[in-house]
Ligand binder design. Sequence first.
Ligand code: FE2
Length: 371
Amino acid sequence: MPFPKYDRSAAWRADDMIQDQSWIYRIEDDAAKQMATAVERVYDVDRPLFDYTLDDFDFGPGMDTVRAAIKEAHFGRGCALTKGLPRSHLGADHFRLLVWGIGLHLGVPRPQGRASQYISEVRSTGGTYRAAGGRGYNTNASLDFHADACDIVLLACFNQAKTGGQSMVSSSTSAWEVLLAERPDLAAVATENFYFSRNQEEAPNENPYYGQPIFGFEGGRIFTKWNRNRIRTAQELPGVPKLTEAQLECADLLDDILGRPEMMFTMQLEPGDLQFMNNHLALHSRTEFEDFDEPERHRLLYRLWLATPDSVALPETWMAYFRSITPGSVRGGFRGHHHDDACLAFEERQAKALGMNVPALMIDPPLTEVA
Ligand SMILES: [Fe+2]
């Protein structure tokens, strides 16, 4: 079956990432200090994150470096790293506000789960990844390759683990090409709906699951959605069609391809690193980790999910989950159980500041939706 042509900028193998490291951007020390000063100037322990605006954060030239990295995530390899955030100048609360401020300059933060939180602490707090309502970010478990539920995810490292916790990335464009070369029949299966659980984080008027293909094409670009754990948990929900033999075979082969040594690039995020991932073009996972004994040294990363002004049109089949396929719109995220008027007011204000629009479906979702 012929598939549309697409941009191959994000088609890479592990060796390509090693040999050409122009996807790594370094913030100079002076610029990092300026960013730290900008945070210290506005930090107020009693001020809610929603009250800050992007104009509060006068980051200076460090933001140029950050912008170059997110551009790489959008239109280059789908994955980029900024090194040199002012980690040693800032405590955890200030560092968290630094990440928030960076996010406000780049896009509209999206809620990330049941608590409708707009920034997540990625740390081990005893969650169970494989549970029906399980997530990865609050466990120390090794994770399956997956895409997060937004256009761009930022991961900023405050502390690394004592051992493990390596970050793995695979190009989903390359994975598609290998899948198509090895098993064109299964590649075709991957362009049809799979069913994903919302892992009990659905808003009251959302279905507990939704259907979406793994690969889609739109506007000369390729798009990927993958999360094996959520396909597995969806199988336990009433109304979800059982996976066919071909779908199971497709899922197994895709996971195999993503984890092949020549496909998968591994990096260890260090304190002060800020990783950018375009979830449509790169899939990620993480190894299991062990923390230091001292609580203040536990592995800790701050995660933001962003909708950005530079986002592109999504395939029609991405609508059920993202609720908007319009370029540069506010879309994606898990609105969770506490997505209230304060959240909406924040999103609308932030969208306006960046010249983005909030589609009606993000504000007033229907009671039933196409699964
Ligand atoms: Fe993730």
